[in-house]
Design a protein around this ligand. Sequence first.
Ligand code: NAD
Length: 477
Amino acid sequence: MIVDFDLRSDYVQIINGKSSPTSATRHGLNPATLEELPEVPVATPEDLDRATDAAKAAFKIWSTTPYEDRKKAVLAYADAIEQYSDQFRDLLITEQGKPIFQATIETESAINWIRGMASLPLLEDVIEDDESKTVITRYVPIGVVGAIVPWNFPLLLATGKIAPALLTGNVIIVKPSPFTPYGGLKLVELAQKFFPPGVVQSLSGDDHLGPWITSHPDIDKISFTGSTATGKKVLQSASRTLKRVTLELGGNDPAIVFPDVDIEKVAEKVAFFAFLNSGQICLNLKRIYVHSSIFEQFKDALVRQVKSYTLGDGSKDGISHGPLQNSMQYARVKTFFDEIEKQAWKVAVGGQIEPSTGYMVTPTIIDRPPDNSSIVVEEPFGPIVPLMSWDDEAEVIERANNSDMGLGASIWTADLDRAARVARQIQAGTVWTNDHFNLSPTIPFGGHKESGVGVEWGLNGLKGFCNVQTLFLKKSV
Ligand code: NAD
């Protein structure tokens, strides 16, 4: 184990390799129990200036460090996180509310994402090579990256930005969500054992900090994951200094279910991907379209699945679904439950939020609400999902595409040719057939339409942390 590193206390922000206390502090809440969690710093504009100064100095060293040395340090960092994976998992359960098995998967993925991206060769491309010249395209680091992380996957979405930024020679300032600061701060603290001061820094703040980062002249790239509404503000703010931006935003993923599926098997999977993380994943299935000929049977199978879920404190054994992460999200999701009566929506299962200590919301399916209802058009980001029926393939593709969002989608059918044919007609960054939410650090991920700008992960993701440089190398003077 590493000397001077303990996940149980001292949640500090790191500027230029050192803990940087602030006079003001704040704290998070355990969303299952509403217990107050330890104090964390509240960064000031001066903290941000000190961090960007340190980052600019560190960039000179890190960007010229050979790729193999950067990769070695990044992989050693992944090994260190793995040594502490149980503690990172427990912290994640406490601050985010995830059940144990999901927190385990996120922690493992946070490590695997570092290793996976370190396995990608970011080579120079030789575009032309003739007697007179060689033309090469290189991918050079951009500079200081500001990483803005949401509260639903605080570990994975932090390492998913740290690893590609560092591998490509950038330096990074990580801002965790104020709702889930603990794991992100500890990831950056641990990174100090592997990288020179200023290469990986953290700032912990309140709602002011994000806008300060996106408007700061010494930040060169913003890697943002969060809501579409905030993403638009980020883009606007970053435009003033022409920062590079990658935006991973909201989703409203459709599932299209054909009549030839194994109903029990597919309903189990569709329910799983709709309610995983209590509906707080950008890639949850948020609109389920089932062919009318199997609609009632499929609905019954979905309802059976949902009734088998156990809602509660994620730290307890046997809990399949945890609370919503925060009061703001809880209040927003409640508005969709309020609509049930007002709009006379039919409820297939759930429908009532039961009183509880934490932010628990009963998994709920709305039976065939109108296509223009808020539950179909908007992203609730909670465990309430609309189920619709369809008759005609062209019509259901049109309805699936009739959204401002375009993050993911899935097609469920035993006819694999049809699956591929329909998949190609869907407007989304990732389309799965007979699967969903299957991600990898070596595969690019991003949204179409208002679900994002650019991609992260995979080779394309690494290139997103780079400027493209073309070299014309003449072979004679
Ligand atoms: P959010 O947009 O409220 O916050 C995300 C981050 O942005 C937080 O760190 C927050 O402090 C910061 N922030 C808030 N206002 C800001 C501003 N004006 N300028 C800069 N930063 C600001 O999102 P959230 O509620 O934390 O996360 C949920 C949303 O994120 C959902 O819409 C979900 O679909 C989306 N999401 C997308 C992906 C993806 O990869 N596409 C992954 C996870 C979550």
